[in-house]
Design a protein around this ligand. Sequence first.
Ligand SMILES: [Zn+2]
Ligand SMILES: [Zn+2]
Length: 445
Amino acid sequence: MLSAASEVIEKALKLAERATLCDKCFGRFFANLGYALSNETRGSSLKTIICMIASGLLSKGDQEALDVLRNVAKTGFKVARELLVRNGLEVPEVSSCELCGGLLYEPLQRLAEKAVASLLEYDFNTYLVGCKIPGSIIEKEDSIRSYLEVNWGESIKREVNREASLIIMSKTGKKPDLQRPDVLVVLDFHKMDVEIKPSPIFVYGRYRKLVRGIPQSRWSCSKCRGVGCPECNWTGKRYELSVEELITKPIIEAFEARGARFHGAGREDIDVRVLGSGRPFVVEVVEPKRRFINLEELQRRINERSQGIVEVLGLSYTDRSMIGKLKLSAKVKKKIYRALVEMEEPLKREKLEALSKYFQGTAIKQWTPKRVLHRRADKLRTKKVYEVRVVDVKDRTFEVWIKCQGGLYVKELIHGDEGRTTPSFQEVLGTKLKVLELDVLDVED
Ligand SMILES: [Zn+2]
Ligand SMILES: [Zn+2]
């Protein structure tokens, strides 16, 4: 016990000799000693002990004690100043803390209060505080720590974050959360400003695309690359509408967000509709000011505005992990397509029935389709067709339902892509086929 006591006091004396520190900075080098204590209390307690020790030595003219006491008095510590006065010794002027320069007092309070005011604009239940501190302070702290050779301390950042967090908690009644805070509050001591960064919100849903000719994502004009030119009528877009924009615009407005990212479970061609229960998607809402939006109402608003073009269903809150699951599932999940196919040579229904027999759990070997070769690498994939059902036959056309693995190029399954997809409907039927219409009827959840 005695040796532990002398070690603490020795280190405190060593620190007081070397640096002029405010109570908070002084105490922070002993932060791991004792609970339910502020660093400020630790600092003032240790300074008090130093003064008590020095007081007995002053009258004996101990120079070392006088030096330490002067240093402590410089920090504005009353007990030390009073001791010097009583002994008729010169009292040094008060100087600001050598380490934080006073940052932990008024500036910290001011920024924390600024944060509280800024937070009024945001919906949140939980928060986390971070800070930007001048590098010179961090370096100074490191050098004092290594001089002192103690590992009881904590960093100034931790102290700032904790102190600011307490102020915010007491003024807002909200709770800090280290894992998944609704907002991140950054106190910037360079600019003496506050940044509020709301965490993203993730909304899951399914969409139906009721008309052809609309891409899933916003498609920039290739001429001007989105800047705007006569070619695109100054819209910067190749297509006026997209599923992405129709869905995300009302979402951005409702959440008062900075933006939104659209993630679909796979995608369909522009000329392909999505019917049935629709295609799953996740919208990542970027930096939303509102967090507690009624999704049923939002769904109604989206559907009203994109009337008859796109329809969303089943909106619900989810998290980031859903995006990965969506991308993964798009490759393996079963999908049902409807196709309207034109035949060069008209075939009877009996002939067409060969398709359902042939394509029952059949593996299809497929090289990257010619039409996407300009933007995708040429590689061979194997995908499964589970079931094919011919539902209607007219003179030169037939309608067929195809249940297959996600990621299969269905148009190529039908016309064979000049032998790059095999087996194909065209190959099996022995007549040239053309896909007139294609719809996604269902995407397995
Ligand atoms: Zn300080
Ligand atoms: Zn353009």
